[in-house]
Design a protein around this ligand. Structure first.
Ligand SMILES: Nc1ncnc2c1ncn2[C@@H]1O[C@H](COP(=O)(O)OP(=O)(O)OP(=O)(O)O)[C@@H](O)[C@H]1O
Length: 899
């Protein structure tokens, strides 16, 4: 029986005499059934008392295979021989984190802060791992090495490595792997080593080899990606040498973690193998000891329990977001490679640490900022974990209704690609919608992503047919959004880089110790728009930073391109960045339209728009050429997320220009800003705020903070090129103090007639360029079918009058209503978030709500600002007048629309 619930109290560890001799125990009070049952005593015996020492009231406790042990009138449970005790099972600890924690808890923390840097051992390690995977999939060794070294071309070039030298070194490492794979003793009888698994049926024990296996354990709160499984047993590859007979302790722990994860799936993994690739590469005369690369060890219950206890220590530390000191373990600092880094970080952040501190602490406000941001980012991590949990807590139908999965796919075919990867196809219900998009990394599964067979995949095609690529074939019956911690990890490293590596002068301005400064200068860069020209001047003259506030349609992109050109003309190297790929590509397009060539686009093939592929930096190839292309570019364009990548973190710029800055968290913005001496942020804090799950400081952008603290550093673009006078009026008065105006009389006076539409053909209620229609529908959940029907009819009226379908967009607040409307019309229907940054001649907005507006979606008027400003010539609001009139903001909107 499993007992699970919140801990109410934790008793001291004490010893008692039992028939087996003296034993330790600790009693905890827990409310089982996830808090629904009456309080019960749970007794943890023996080594599990170690976990009791880390437990605190408020944490969640899980005891598997518990036994009843009633205490008089109170229910009680006790651990059995089979039990595992898990603290905070919902917190998913990564296997690599368990590994670094056993080396030293402080190392775990430092790794988290600084991320994986660009260095040769790391890049080489990745290549060797890839080659290992290739060998398991049956690829020829030499072919694989050439291929994988070419793939790492850019990074190798940035590290100044020559291709030949790397090929040689990888070959020496890979030889150990190949040799081992070819050893008959380790291969099942009659089977050839290195052959790819023929058909995967979901049970690891039944196939010979699997590479890169993603595992998540709901019970133990652990996740990770095993290098390989051999007949269900974990094999870990280490690009180092180890001449002892036994694997290194931390390596053993890592393999044991995977064994634990496999056991949860019913695979009795009782042996772990570590493969040290440098062993055979040693010069035999210099080396002594055990030179065989593969070292096996047996994974007993004691080791698995140790893994869980270690994992519990991490979960307990993260429960109160405390910082490990290193005293938790008995690692010796003087033997540690990280000793200096550890001391510097401890000194700068004034943290207690076993290694000690050097240097002077950062000013107090910076340490406060660090602590607050660190906590906020860790809260966001917990929210990400909650997303993982939904993979097994929600039913397939719930996932689909939540737009997080495409379910009931019908597998069509599978095709093996060169290099051993697979392309899988399936048919999907044409009406099914989800958040998944082409290019996304997702989880492909046989229908059960947690307990069944699942593979990470990349979505290549998402129409009526779905096509994905994976490492191994899987019966493609379901596709899930795969929650990634990468953005959380990158926020932490950006925070680290900004505060611990950042220039102190820069920090003086960021932390309000000094005002931003500007050089004198007033040139004419743009002669037909005064505010845009001021914005370019502000940006060009900024000694520290400048802010460009751009309401809808005011020519932000145009102005950005002009700023970039002006900066490059005076000899600056510029980073052109934005939150989304779309905005980065739009800015590049504007640059091209203004006649500027020579920008390099840093991004993935699927992320970059088709017409920008010609300037995309290809990472594959000859190291020197690849690095020269990036290093030599005067303008590099990349999303802010990509700015946190290993390669980009090593780049330096004079100015970073960041578009959509109001949609970015502070650390998200810092990722780009860290790379440059000065920066220009472009955004509009009156439109959508940063997209985060947790409710904390991350919801406010750096753009907003700076523009509120230093209004003089900003220029607002006040002429818009998009909407007719009538459409923009409400937004201008509600959000921009009436300062927003049409740029030209043509913009102001545009109507549907300009499209050749005869207004008389339209129903009377749609003839004005702002219209309101009340369909008298009823909200059902997050949809309103009657309203959807009316929206579709409104769309048809515009089409009948001559508006091309491609010029009409429909915006609805909830995905359920998007789907409801999508079933009735073939024009673009989406939520506000998807429409930000775009516009259409005609926009129809569906409000869904009836009776009242009680949904968080209606609480932030900035959403409405985005919705209402997407229309150029006609805007039609479809909603329930009574519900809208119940809130002052929406009442004013109604008054305007009905005027
Ligand atoms: N100074 C200008 N002179 C002439 N046309 C301009 C000027 N500035 C912008 N435009 C035009 O106005 C339109 C909108 O500009 P742009 O796309 O740069 O707006 P934006 O502010 O980036 O829009 P969004 O609000 O969607 O981000 C474009 O067609 C652009 O060419």
């Amino acid at each position: 029986m499993n007992v699970r619930g919140p801990i109410l109290s934790v008793g001291e560890v004490r010893s008692v005499d039992t028939k087996y001799g003296e034993r330790d125990l600790a009693e905890l009070t827990v409310r089982p059934d996830d808090g629904a049952a009456d309080a019960a005593t749970v007794t943890l015996w023996g080594k599990w008392t170690h976990t009791a020492e880390h437990a605190e009231p408020g944490m969640e406790l899980l005891v598997t295979d518990a036994e009843r042990d009633d205490h008089g009138d109170r229910e009680g449970y006790t651990t059995s021989k089979e039990s595992y005790v898990v603290l905070e099972p919902d917190f998913l600890v990564d296997v690599t984190d368990v590994r670094s924690w056993v080396q030293c808890p402080r190392m775990y923390y430092l790794n988290k802060l600084s991320g994986v840097p660009l260095n040769y051992p790391v890049v080489k390690g990745t290549i060797v791992h890839e080659v290992f995977g290739d060998l398991l999939r049956g690829v020829d060794l030499e072919e694989s090495i050439e291929d994988q070294v070419a793939d790492a071309g850019l990074e190798l070039g940035l590290l100044g490595r020559e291709r030949e030298e790397v090929v040689d070194e990888v070959r020496r490492n890979a030889a150990a792997i190949e040799g081992w794979l070819n050893q008959g003793t380790l291969t099942p009888e009659g089977d050839e080593a290195g052959t790819a698994p023929s058909e995967w049926d979901g049970t690891p024990a039944e196939t010979d080899w699997r590479s890169e296996y993603t595992l998540i354990s709901p019970t133990f709160g652990v996740k990770g990606r095993a290098d390989a499984l051999r007949r269900g047993m974990p094999v870990e590859l280490k690009t180092g040498k180890n001449t002892n007979r036994d694997p290194r302790f931390q390596d053993k722990i890592q393999a044991a973690c995977y064994a634990l994860l496999l056991r949860e799936r019913g695979v009795p993994a009782d042996t772990g193998t570590l493969l040290y690739t440098k062993n055979t590469a040693l010069d035999r005369s210099e080396a002594s000891g055990d030179l065989s690369p593969a070292k096996e060890f047996s994974v007993g219950k004691g080791l698995l329990e140790f893994v869980v206890r270690t994992r519990n220590e991490i979960a307990a530390t993260e429960f109160d977001v405390s910082v490990p000191t290193g005293f938790e373990a008995d690692a010796k600092c003087e033997y540690c490679f990280e000793q200096d880094t550890c001391m510097v970080v401890s000194g700068r952040l004034d943290q207690e640490s076993k290694a000690g501190q050097i240097g002077t602490p950062l000013p107090e406000e910076e340490r406060d900022y660090f602590d607050r941001s660190y906590r906020a980012i860790e809260e966001e991590r917990r929210e990400t974990h909650a997303e993982y949990r939904k993979l097994w807590e929600q039913t397939a139908e719930e996932r689909a209704a939540d737009d997080r999965a495409l379910v009931d796919l019908d597998p069509l075919d599978r095709e093996e690609l060169p290099g051993g990867r697979w392309r899988l196809r399936a048919r999907k219900d044409p009406e099914a919608v989800s958040k998944l998009r082409e290019g996304d990394v997702a989880l492909a599964s046989d229908g059960d992503p947690a307990a069944g067979h699942s593979e990470l995949c990349r979505i290549e095609e998402l129409g009526e047919e779905v096509a994905v690529t994976t490492d191994e074939p899987v019966d493609l019956r379901r596709l899930d959004v795969y929650p990634s911690e990468i953005s959380v990890d990158r926020m932490l490293t950006a925070l680290h880089d900004a505060l611990l590596k950042g220039d102190s002068d820069r920090k003086d301005v960021l932390f309000g110790r000094r005002e931003p400064e500007f050089a004198d200068g007033d040139d004419t860069f743009i002669d037909n728009n005064e505010s845009q020209n001021r914005a370019v001047n502000r940006a060009v003259n900024a000694e520290d930073f400048a802010l460009v506030h751009g309401p809808p349609g005011t020519g932000k992109t145009y102005t950005i391109a002009r700023i970039v050109r002006a900066l490059v003309e005076r000899g600056d190297r510029v980073l052109l960045s934005a939150f989304t790929n779309r905005a980065v590509d739009n800015a590049l397009e504007a640059l091209r339209e203004q006649g500027f060539e020579g920008a390099v686009r840093y991004g993935t093939e699927t992320g970059v728009r088709g017409d920008m592929q010609d300037v995309r930096l290809v990472r594959r190839g000859e190291p020197n050429d690849r690095a020269a292309e990036l290093n030599g570019a005067s303008v590099v364009a990349a999303t802010t997320a990509a700015c946190g990548s290993r390669a980009m973190r090593e780049q330096g710029f004079d100015v970073a220009l960041v578009d959509e800055a109001s949609q970015l968290t502070e650390p998200g913005t810092l990722a780009a800003v860290n790379l440059a001496d000065g920066f220009v942020l472009v955004g509009d804090h009156e439109q959508l705020p940063p997209v985060v799950r947790a409710e904390n400081d991350l919801q406010r952008s750096l753009f907003q903070r700076l523009i509120e603290d230093h209004p003089d550093a900003g220029v607002m673009l006040d002429r818009q090129y998009r909407m007719s006078q009538r459409i923009q009026a409400f937004s201008s008065s509600e959000f921009y103090d009436g300062a927003l105006r049409p740029a030209t009389p043509e913009v102001a006076g545009q109507t549907l007639a300009d499209l050749g539409v005869d207004a008389d053909v339209l129903p009377p209620e749609l003839r004005a360029n702002v219209a309101f229609v009340d369909p008298d529908g009823r909200r059902e959940g997050n949809a309103n079918p009657a309203e959807a029907e009316r929206v579709a009819a409104v769309v048809e009226s515009y089409v009948d009058a001559g508006v091309p379908r491609g010029e009409i967009g429909v915006i609805a607040p909830f995905r359920a209503q998007v789907a409801e409307i999508g079933r009735r019309t073939d024009v673009t229907v989406d939520t506000v978030d998807r429409f930000q940054g775009s516009s259409e001649e005609v926009i129809v907005v569906s409000f869904v709500a009836t009776d009242s507006l009680d949904s968080p979606i209606f609480e932030d008027p900035r959403r409405m600002n985005v919705a209402l400003t997407r229309a150029r010539k006609a805007l039609c609001l479809v909603g329930d007048a009574d519900a809208l009139a119940s809130d002052p903001f929406y009442r004013r909107m109604l008054d305007w629309a009905r005027r």
